[in-house]
Design a binder for this molecule. Structure first.
Ligand code: FES
Ligand SMILES: [Fe+2]
Length: 364
């Protein structure tokens, strides 16, 4: 007889050393959200962003390629870009070394006077970047497998669920600080065993919880469910508009991002930004065609913030306090071989990835 699988040991969520191992390994080797392609619509458009302690910038070059560079000059390490904007060339604010948008050094005051100075050998350091249905993801590991290998089928599925994805732009952002470890928040996102009790609006007015399931696809956790009966939906949808108008689905991309499509093909995202062992900031993003404001999306985003998000904050912060209790011993996960809404098979999978990240990295 097999015995139940137990939840992860509490120190995984509270020990700063585990967080350091994750930062040094996992976060540097996985695909991380950088921004949206609409932020670099034209050649020269750029934006800067932070990732795991690194400053990076994304820019569209003259050949219409999207590039991501470490935001550091190859002379004496001044940061090159700040904020966002449009640039014909990349000019360092310290001594005016100037780079092409390809990253190649073009000129610098008095560099010709230096015997043996070879301009062509100097180039900004690039970072792997992939566009995924209009979203930009980077990986600090130059040898990382492509996103389609990490998250098989997710790209095609997402495109089918969001037929308008090529025209989308961000319309609304919510910043949600949570006093808990990033893994507590991600685990909470990745099971719906708690939904009926804690998310009445989501369970009664958005989805039909009895149809909810979560299955792994590579390192993606794919959530699927049907929408609630139309007379109970908290907002109107047109079921005849396309094949997936009545479905809810989400694609959690290990370890820190999720695409979520609400019934009505409404795309929104979760982006977890770990701060330290005890804190994570979750960014919720909402998207509309051309970024045009929509009362329906605004109301739905507000409903989500006031119900599901607020309800989850209470849960995850209580769990973080509980994980520090001397009276806690990790309990068995409720893994139903049939899957379904009242099963934590998805947490079991997630915790296996978490264990591997903590073990592999400690050998580095
Ligand atoms: S550090 Fe950039 S030009 Fe000197
Ligand atoms: Fe929840």
């Amino acid at each position: 007889m097999t015995s139940p699988i137990h939840s992860l040991a509490a120190h995984h969520y509270t020990d700063p050393e585990i967080f350091r191992i994750e930062s040094a390994g996992l976060f540097n080797r996985t695909w991380q959200f950088a921004g949206h392609v609409s932020q670099v619509a034209n050649p020269g458009d750029y934006f800067t962003f932070q990732l795991n302690g690194e400053s990076l910038f994304c820019i569209r070059n003259q050949d219409n390629e999207i590039k991501v560079f470490y935001n550091v000059c190859q002379h004496r390490a001044h940061e090159l870009m700040s904020g966002e904007g449009n640039a014909k060339l990349i000019v360092c604010p310290y001594h005016a070394w100037t780079y092409e948008l390809s990253g190649q050094l073009r000129s610098g005051p008095n560099i010709r006077s230096v015997p043996g100075f070879d301009r062509s050998e100097i180039c900004l350091s690039t970072v792997r970047v992939e566009e995924f249905c209009g979203f930009l993801f980077v990986n600090l590991d130059p040898d990382a497998a492509p996103m389609d290998a990490w998250f098989p089928k997710a790209r095609e599925e997402l495109a089918a669920f969001v037929p308008q994805h090529a025209q989308l732009k961000p319309v609304r952002w919510e910043e949600i600080p949570e006093h808990c470890n990033w893994k507590v928040s991600v685990e909470n996102y990745s099971e719906c065993y708690h939904c009926k009790l804690n998310h009445p609006t989501f369970s009664n007015g958005v989805v039909r919880p009895e149809t909810y399931d979560i299955q792994p696809q590579g390192h993606c956790l794919r959530h699927t469910t049907e929408c609630q009966n139309l007379d109970q939906m908290s907002y109107p949808i047109d079921l005849d508009s396309n094949a997936h108008a009545g479905d809810y689905s989400s694609w959690f991309l290990w370890p820190l991002f999720s695409f979520q499509v609400y019934p009505g093909n409404i795309l929104n995202t979760y982006h977890w930004c770990p701060v330290d062992a005890d804190h994570v900031v979750v960014w919720r993003g909402w998207y509309t065609v051309d970024g045009v404001a929509s009362e329906l999306i605004d109301n739905l985003a507000q409903q989500d913030l006031d119900t599901t998000v607020a309800e989850d904050i209470g849960l995850v912060e209580s769990v973080q306090r509980g994980l520090k209790s001397r009276g806690y011993r990790p309990g068995p996960l409720v893994v139903d071989p049939e899957g379904g809404v009242n099963s934590e098979h998805s947490v079991m999978v997630l915790q296996q990835w978490m264990r591997e990240a903590a073990t592999v990295e400690s050998n580095v």
